[in-house]
Structure formats: C-alpha cells, structure tokens
Design a protein around this ligand. Structure first.
Ligand code: ISL
Length: 527
C-alpha cells in the first residue's frame, strides 16, 4: 500500500479522432439504397485501417425521417431503415474489439410530431399534462389566429404551427424551432428530463461510449417567449442575442446530463454549441457540464492565414477559460464540404489537404466528417433530388444541406460504387467519383485517403505531438507557423508562391516541396 498519488491517465477523448458517420450515406448492407448499421459494421475494418479512435453516428433512432433522423419518435429504438437493436449491439461489440469507441447523436431539444407524447398532446385538451411536455400557447389577435410570437423556424417559415382541437376547431399553436415535424419539448417539465435520463442509461448500459448532443445551446427557452429581432435567421448563422438559443437555464440541464454520464466512467459528451462569445461558450464545458463542445470557427474560416490563426487562437482562448479541451472540425452534415468551400477542383483539394494537416497538428479532439478523407466535394444536385426540409420550407429559395450528404463511393467505376447493391441510391452519386473511391485511393500513395492515414498514424505515434497550447512563430505575410510543446512545428502557406520552411526535419507535407520550399496552398509538419 502506498498513499502516493499516481498520475491519472488523461481521458481517451481529450486527443481522440472522432469520425462522423452519416448513416444514410456511409454503406448500405440491405440494398434499399439507404446506408444502415449493417453497412457500418461491415466497414469497421476500413475504419480501423483509417486509424480513427471513435465513431459518432448521426441519429439512428426511430424516426419518420422528416429531418433524416433529427426528428425522433422513439429515442430508445433503432429505426428499421437502419437496422435493429441486435445489429447495434453487435456493432458496439465489434467496434470495441477493434479499439474503436462508439458515440451516438442525441436530440433532446425536440421530438418527432409522431412521438407518442406529441400524438397524445394533440388528442388532449389545452392545459392538460399531455400538452405540458411541449410548448403549446394560445394564438394572438382575433380568435387566436396569429402566432404567439414572431419567431421564425431555422429552416424557414414561422416557428409556430396551429393545430385543430379534438372537436375540429382551430386551436392552440405549438413551437418548433426547426421543422413543423420537430416540436420543441418544454424543459421546465420534469418528465422531460426524467425521460432523457432513461434514454441516456438505456444506451450507456448497452455499451455506448458517449453522445453528441444536438442543439446543446437550445432546450431552455426564455421566460414569456419574447419577440426577437428578425435581421439574422440564416441556417448556421449564429447571433448571441437570439432568444431561441443559449438561455442560462440550459446549464442546469447539462448538469443533469453530466451527473448521469459520471455514473459511467470513460463516457463522454460533445455538444453542438453555436455560441460566439468565448465566455458564454466556455460555460458549457465547465467541469460539471459537457465534456466537449464543438467550436465551429475553423469550419467557418476562409483559407486565409489571418482568418485561420484567428479561429485557432479564439478556440484555444475559449476553452482556456475553464481549462477545457479544444475541439476542431472542418465540416459536418450541415455545412458545405471543405474541398468546395476552399474553391473546388485541384485548388480546393490542395487547400483541404493543407487544412487537415493544420487541424491534426493542434492540441485537442478532432472531428472528421465521413467522405472528407476521400476529398469529396459538395454535389450540385438536381431540384427533384433534394430532400432536406430546408428546400420546401424556404419556398425553394434555399437548397439545403443534401449536397454534403451524398453517399460514399467505395469501389468500381460506376455509381453506386458499391455503396449499395441498388443503383437507386437515396441521393444520386456523380459518375466523376470513380476516381475518388476508397479502392482507388487506397492504392495511391498521393491520394487524400493516404494523406489522412499517414497523418493519423504520425499524430498517434510521435512524441512531438505532446502538450497543450501552441506557440506562434513569426512567419511571412499570408503564412502561419506554430510549435507544440512536444516539438512539432506546423507551417501553412496560404499565399500564391512557395515559401521557405522553418528549420527542422520535414515529417510530412500536404504537397511535394519545391526546391526545398513549401508550395502555395500547402502545409508541412516539421520536428
Ligand atoms: O445556428 C444555429 C442556431 O444558433 C443552427 O444552425 C442550429 O444550431 C443547427 O441548425 C442545428 O443543427 C442540428 O439540429 C438540427 C438538424 O437538422 C441538424 O442536422 C443538426 O446538426 C435539428 O435537429
């Protein structure tokens, strides 16, 4: 026996690489043109080869799919489109056998309008306990014909829908910050948090390692539901004065979630937090709240040295306020893919290669969206293929997010590239993707996939990646360079001409050096 305090190992998630799987688009095992959990299980070998630490599954719970799973009608069941509990259990077991953690999306802000609670609310009277789980209000104006306030839905149109009462007369209104099929829950009702606790334990007991929490800055609504300024209501554009989000009572909800997570050592949560102010952002990852919070500044930054440096510094500063772990992400299922954002074509690809090296050089947790490792661009889909509710709700003015959700090309020369045995994939796949398949890229040492694999491996093995924080180096205008405490140096060239590298041995670069210099739109690691 010794009473010496042994140093505790750092939790696994503090420097993990999470791989986000959009299950509809990853791999289809039953030939219906939609990806599923069987497909994920079949591809675990690929994920092991890629070298990721954890997967995050976008929602797989029972859902009428009005928002592709972000409208949950039973949070403790798998949607039949994706499989069943048995396949989920075996996926967890087989992933763990390969040392891959499994995390899943959780949607606590709202349910589906087909959730038994909402169905019961519609069948019950105003003021009933059934209605009290959601945010029902009487309308304003003559006969209550106007919505209770002026809030718009994030997806376009009003955030309120009027229902018909059981006797057929026009009745109360309910709040939905997203689609009308996604009624917001009333988080002041204890039944709501009790049910979430049951859901958390349900999945944690099955071996799930954690959750990505959807709209983690939502849930709590301000007293009296005051009107808002209508100047900014764009999807993914966040304004800290928006009363629909980031209300102080949300923190008590996160404390409740954390208490349950703490019953399961090693489990983790990452919240989707669109909050600009660093102090307000950091509040979400205080020691008794979320383990991690998504910081989207890098995904929002242009390919410009000053903008990138700003995004990095800002994200580091935000978590430093509470001694938290920084997180980095270049894309997800809601934003335009990075190759396209950075200009598309060869240039967009070169820049995306540079940015993944920059991201992986930073201290903290990294989130990679499926297909980024293949350098997939956004796809311009024809109108008739569009499925995102944003397209309909915006009156066909916003095309929505389908362009970044096209299924992954695995092998072969023609769509569906072995994603599915059916050519009728849920979104059409471009024929040009024949050069971007996993099969093609595994063979090619210069491919995006090979770059990801080598970079993941070096990040996991080399001691130079140790330490938190970064020291910025002086660098030519349009460039940036920083050093990790362990000794890794990362340099990025966002100018149009080659630049000299800082002294050191080049560990890897996103493009071949030109006469010993770092070419335009490239990054390098040195030790
Ligand atoms: O910026 C926002 C609010 O401040 C919004 O962008 C919002 O946080 C975001 O749209 C939420 O996205 C998530 O929840 C949606 C779902 O459609 C998205 O796919 C998901 O990532 C509704 O559940």
């Amino acid at each position: 026996m010794t009473d010496r305090l042994e140093p505790q190992p750092e939790p696994w998630w503090k420097d993990a690489i999470f791989y986000q799987i959009y299950p509809r688009s990853f791999a289809d095992s039953n030939g219906d043109g939609v990806g599923d959990l069987g497909g994920v299980r079949d591809k675990l070998g690929y994920l092991e080869l890629l070298g990721i630490d954890a997967i995050w599954l976008s929602p797989i719970m029972k859902s009428p799919m009005a928002d592709h799973g972000y409208d949950v009608s039973d949070p403790r069941a798998i949607d039949p489109l994706f499989g069943d509990l048995a396949v989920m259990d075996s996926l967890i077991e087989e992933a763990h056998a390969r040392d891959i953690k499994v995390t899943m999306d959780l949607v606590p802000n709202h349910t589906s309008d087909r959730h038994p609670w909402f169905v019961a609310a519609l069948d019950s009277a105003p003021g009933s306990p059934e209605r009290a789980r959601y945010i029902f209000r009487d309308g304003k104006g003559p006969g209550g014909s106007e919505p209770p306030n002026n809030w718009p839905s994030i997806f376009g149109g009003p955030a309120w829908t009027r229902i018909r009462e059981a006797d057929g007369t026009p009745g109360q209104w309910y709040l939905h910050i997203f689609a009308a099929e996604q009624p917001d829950l009333d988080w002041t009702n204890p039944e709501v948090s009790e049910d979430l606790a049951t859901t958390l334990r349900f999945w944690l007991d099955r071996g799930v390692d954690g959750f990505r929490i959807d709209v983690a800055h939502g849930m709590a609504k301000p007293e009296g539901l005051p009107n808002m300024s209508l100047e900014t209501n764009e999807l993914m554009k966040n304004d800290d004065t928006d009363p629909r989000f980031n209300n102080p009572a949300v923190h008590e909800i996160h404390r409740g979630i954390r208490k349950i997570m703490d019953e399961y050592p090693g489990s983790t949560t990452v919240g989707e937090i669109w909050v600009q102010d660093n102090v307000r952002f950091s509040e979400y990852i205080r020691p008794d709240e979320l383990h991690l919070g998504f910081n989207f500044r890098l995904a929002e930054a242009e390919f410009d040295a000053a903008a990138i440096r700003n995004a990095v510094s800002n994200s580091l500063d935000a978590v430093a306020l509470v001694d938290g772990t920084p997180t980095w992400t270049l894309s997800n299922h809601d934003v335009v893919r990075e190759v396209t954002r950075y200009g598309g074509g060869t240039r967009g690809t070169a820049r995306a290669r540079a940015m993944i090296l920059l991201e992986l050089a930073l201290p903290g947790t990294v989130f990679v969206y499926n297909g980024a490792e293949l350098g997939l661009p956004n796809v311009d889909l024809p109108d008739e293929s569009l499925q995102d509710p944003v397209w309909e709700r915006s009156g066909h003015t916003e095309r929505g997010r389908d362009g970044c959700r096209v299924p992954l090309p695995w092998e072969g020369t023609e769509p569906p590239f072995a994603f599915s045995s059916s050519p009728a994939t849920w979104l059409p796949m471009p024929t040009e993707w024949s050069s971007l398949t996993v099969e093609e890229q595994l063979e090619d040492v210069d491919s995006m996939l090979s770059l990801y694999r080598s970079a993941f491996e070096l990040r996991a093995l080399r001691p130079e990646f140790a330490g938190t924080g970064v020291d910025w180096y002086g660098s030519p205008p349009g460039c940036l360079a920083f050093r990790r405490p362990g000794g890794l140096i990362c340099a990025l060239n966002a100018t149009d001409v080659p630049i000299p590298l800082p002294p050191g041995e080049v560990l890897m670069s996103s493009a071949p050096l030109v006469d010993g210099q770092l070419p335009a739109d490239a990054a390098a690691w040195l030790v």
